[in-house]
Design a protein around this ligand. Structure first.
Ligand SMILES: C[S@@+](CC[C@H](N)C(=O)[O-])C[C@H]1O[C@@H](n2cnc3c(N)ncnc32)[C@H](O)[C@@H]1O
Length: 303
């Protein structure tokens, strides 16, 4: 019998244990994402979760023949699709829209070029403010980026408490909120341990309402394409993420579009990350389409 309950409402309950913020005994999201992206900042426990998840997904996919090869079915391909989207969106905002101020909500532990490298290669004066509440992510960003680049700041704060973050001294003074700002929330909103789509939309509304007209939000999010053939695979990934990390929720296109309140979605809208801004060739592999992204822009007030 088909299950009509939206996937975001089918999540398993949050992990029963509190994650130790600085501990090695439990995997955490920043390090897991780094492990899946091929980085060197993860601990054994994070890699273990990545390998276990991959084994389950590859088993499922090879049985259903949804990928050409096993590496095509790796979660690493999804992380890579997200990274490519972040790079293309950064280049678009700096190059086409001329935005020179960026706030990245949840910088993580990037394995290669991050937002500042792309936007500052177009405009060396572009400012980037990175936010995270993972101690390793904050330390790495401070050591690698902030210490050598006066146009970068790093703030240790909760991105899901937007009012507090927007009043943070550094956030209020480093960026000029009377001019356009690009607000990145890539691969972070699906990390809210128990937020509903409405709660997340409200969080994003607080950010965009604080920003001037022509400001943009850039969002990527685990994507449920609502195709019956994919249900098992997506449910498996979501269950593994929830039991390992206590987070990782897939949302449908309509649910992700709802995360762009008070904005117009720039073409092509919310699409699999590899298809933004134009469709990649037909080589996109199925797991890469399980993360979608889009860019919204705040419209000027009516005259
Ligand atoms: C999966 S990583 C994504 C990293 C990067 N944005 C990207 O697109 O590759 C998610 C990041 O969000 C951070 N994060 C999750 N919840 C957070 C919160 N409440 N406040 C601040 N950072 C948070 C995690 O620590 C992690 O570094």
């Amino acid at each position: 019998m088909p299950n009509d309950t939206p996937r975001s409402a089918q999540r398993s309950s949050p992990a029963p244990i509190e994650l130790f913020k600085d501990g090695r005994s439990l995997p955490n999201a920043a390090r897991f994402w780094n492990a899946a992206g091929g980085g060197r900042d993860a601990f054994h426990i994070d890699r273990r979760l990545f390998y276990d998840l991959d084994a389950k997904v590859q088993d499922l996919i090879s049985r259903e023949r949804k990928a050409r090869t096993l590496s095509d079915a790796s979660f690493a391909a999804l992380v890579d699709a997200n990274r490519q989207f972040v790079h293309r969106a950064s280049a678009y905002l700096a190059g086409q829209l001329g935005i020179d101020q960026y706030i990245d909500l949840g910088v993580g532990l990037p394995v290669d070029d991050h937002i500042h490298r792309i936007v500052q290669s177009i405009n060396p004066d572009a400012k980037v403010l990175y936010v995270d509440n993972d101690p390793m992510a904050v330390r790495k960003a401070q050591g690698l980026f902030e210490s050598s680049n006066s146009h970068i700041r790093v703030v240790d704060a909760d991105i899901f408490a937007p009012k507090e973050l927007l009043h943070h001294e550094e956030v209020a003074s480093f960026l000029d909120w009377s001019r356009p700002v690009a607000i990145f929330a890539t691969a972070t909103l699906h990390e809210h341990p128990d937020g509903t789509t409405e709660q997340l939309a409200e969080i994003m509304r607080t950010y965009i309402d604080h920003a001037s007209p022509d400001s943009c939000t850039v969002i990527s999010h685990f994507f449920d394409p609502e195709l019956p053939d994919w249900n098992d695979a997506i449910q498996t990934i979501q269950n593994e993420l929830h039991s390992g990390l206590g987070r990782g929720t897939f949302r449908t296109r309509a649910e992700i579009e709802a995360l762009f309140p008070n904005q117009r979605l720039l073409a092509p809208g919310v699409v699999p990350c590899l298809h933004w801004p134009t469709s990649a060739d037909d080589q996109t592999i199925w797991i890469q389409t399980c993360i979608a992204g889009g860019v919204g822009q705040k419209c000027p007030p009516p005259i």
